[in-house]
Structure formats: C-alpha cells, structure tokens
Ligand binder design. Sequence first.
Ligand SMILES: [Zn+2]
Length: 490
Amino acid sequence: MERSDPVTHPALRNDRRRGALVRRCRYVVRFAPMSARLPLIVLVTLAATAVDVQAGPPQLNTDAPHDARVQAFVSKGLPTWLATYQHLHAHPELSLHEAQTAALVQRELRKAGYEVHGSIGGHGVVGLLKNGRGPTLLIRGDMDALPVTEQTGLPYASTVRVKNDAGKTVGVMHACGHDVHVANLLGTAQLMASHRELWTGTLMIVAQPAEELGQGSSNMIAAGLFSRFPKPDYVLALHVAPELAAGRVAVVPGWAFANVDSVDITVFGRGGHGAYPHRANDPIVTAAHLVTSLQTLVSRRLDPQQPGVVTVGSFHGGTKHNVIPDQAHLQLTVRSYSETARRKLLDGIAQLARDTCKAFQCSKPPVVNIKQNHTPAVYNDPALTEAAAALFRNVLGGEAVERARPTMGGEDFARYARHLGVPGLMFRLGTVSPAAAKRSRKKSAPPLPSLHSSRFAPDAERALRTGVRAMSNLALSILRKPGSGAAQAP
Ligand SMILES: [Zn+2]
C-alpha cells in the first residue's frame, strides 16, 4: 500500500543515519595517511555514539520483565476502575460538553501525583509525570459520548437526556466505548505513577474531548498541546473492538483508519411546474446523474490497489410532487488512506460536479464545499506495531493477539503522530464477553452490536484487565531504564 506520509520509527531512522555516517567515515579513514588513522577512528566512534545519543527513545524490550508486578497491580486496581467505568457509563456527555468527565480525570490524575492541566482545546486534560531523563510518551484516551438512547438494559445504563446544540432532546450514551478508554487511561496512569522505579522519562496522559466530531485532537494541538508541554517521542492509544473477544487485543500495522473528508455540493437549476419541465431546468435530475457518476471515481479512476469510498449520504431537493425546485443539495463522505488517493477523489468530485452541471445546462456552476481540517488517516508505525504485538504475545499469550484488518472508519488520534512526525500506535481492545460470543454463534442469532449501537455493552471487566495490562507493559517497555532487560530491535 502506498505511503504518502513518511512517519518513521526514530530508532530505525537513527540506525539508518548512523549506518550512513559510519560508511562515509570508513571511506575517509581508508584513504587517510597512517599517522592520522587512529585519531580519525576515535572521532568516527564518537560521532556514531553522538547519533546514538540523539536516537532518543530506547528500542523496545518485548520481554515484559515487569508483567508480574503489572498483573498484581491490575488485580488490585480493577474494582476501582470498573466503578469509574460504570460511573462514566451512567453519566455520558456529548462532544464538546465533557466537563464532568474532564473534572473526574483531573481529580484522579492529581491524586496519582500528576501535574495536571485542564481546559486544553475545550475540556482537554493533560497529566504530566516527569520521571528523569528519557523519552516522552503520550497516551491518549477520548472522553465524549454519542446522541444515542441506550437500550442495553444494564443496571448502570445511561438514562441521560439532553438538548443537543440544535435544541432537540436526545438520549446520550457511551456507544463507542470511550468510557472504557478513560477508565483504561486512568488505570494505566495510576500504574505508571506507582511504579516510577521501573521507568525513566516523561509520561504525558491526554484525555481528549470531541473525538466523535473529529475535532478534539486538532483543538488540543491548536491550544498548545505540543508547545506548552514536552514534545512526545511516541504516541499510543487503544480503541475498543466490538467484534473481538474480551481478553484479546488486535493490531494493524500501517494504515489502520482512513482519511475522512466531508463534501457539500449544491446543484443549481431553474424551478418551475412539474408538468412543464421544458420551461424549467431540473436540478434533481442533474444531481441524480452526478450521484451515479461519482461512483465511477473509485471504480474507474482510482488504482484498484488503493482503497477509497465515495458515499452520498444525503440528497435533498424540492418540496412537493409537482414543483421543480431551484436547487438540490448533496452531502458526501469521502474515505481514503494515501494523500494521492484523497486528492484524486476530491479533485474528481469537483470536476464531475462542474462538468455534469455544464452538460445539463444548469443555471450556474455548482458550489462544491470541502470541509476544512479533515480527519487524517491513522498510520500505525509498522516497527512499533510489530514490537508491541510481540510484547502483547509474551504478556497475553499468542492466541490473544490478533491481526485486524484496516477499516475505512476515521479516528482523529492520527493528528498527534502526524503533527509530531513520530511513531504512533492505536491498537484494538476486545470487549465481547464469552456469553455474548456464545449467543452470537447460535443459528439465527442477531449479529453482535457494532460501535455506535444502542445495544453495545462491552465486557468492561475483562477489557480493562487486558487493556491496562497491555498498555502498561508497552509504556514500561518504551520508557524502560537503560540496561533493564535485553533490548530487541523493533
Ligand atoms: Zn470511538
């Protein structure tokens, strides 16, 4: 798959840089006079070490030497984290309104000994734990819930109803599992704070608002996430997976979530009586042709090896059977991985809209609006992902670590790694209880509820036990003390 955005693992980047330097220097040494060779060799060694020092984050140790201590802490902390999860689940807050969730996160982080900063790009929270020299690791969890009326029947199900920004009363539910994410983030934060002797560096805990709007990460970055606080060398996150058994995790090296673009198109005609179409110019017929032509962008113009989606999710025009309207309005979601594919689709949409309107003699050219600040695709650094998968296999057992397929869904976690040019990884955390898995295997059983479903009911206990254990071992490995355990190239 094409990579348009090179984000390379710093350890590998430095290995490469060091290799090139040593090769160049060897060449110089070979042609130097005998008397100058020894000092030159010393210089070359020093220079190579300097590049190594610049390498920053140590290479990952996939042995997870501290897992026994991690497990003991997880067993002790789990009842508290589960209670936090159930509280969050019962008190969900819509995007941009995460005030109470953020206050809870701040309280818990402060209690654990973090330096806490709130109101970063809305209700965003940053918790910093500086623990000596070493790399900075960012771990992110998102806090917002969805306008969904819960139908799980759980004892701690949400009964929250609020007026949304449009003034309509809606149910609110953590139907995307961000309550699991927050509980997991806090569990990991507490574990890391209680085991400072096992690691060195800076831990940056980020509780992000407004993920469901694709806005939270850019709001936090714009509010100075990386200028007011230390710049991370690695960024990590997890997302619950509604089809994966609780107790398991899954990884996707490379592209994992897609670029998400939203496009609005207005097609202009000339209204009139439905009985006299020849005296009008019908924008509905023009727009209908456009909807069909748009489907050829993926099927005919995009390289078949490049994933892409063009969906027209909304088509509005007219008021009555016998009135030809003045205009029709389309709303599209456009998905891709690479920047080349993204550009091809967006340019193609604008061109087809323009030329279809010309062909149908519209009253004026269409207006095509591509929403600014799109959600970029998540790219999981392959070296970091493979190293994390090896570590997870050592911790959870080979069976419990799956390789998932990339999806055309979006996740605004992408912005952190992209903005910083550092390796990032978002892995997936299984949530399906053994009972639910068994039920779903029965003949004619309904499929397992997806994310955003009003019936999504994760097995939070198993998920948190696995999630905190996996994330903490990975964090300890990235921030490991020099000389603690055998280093393995990622
Ligand atoms: Zn989500």
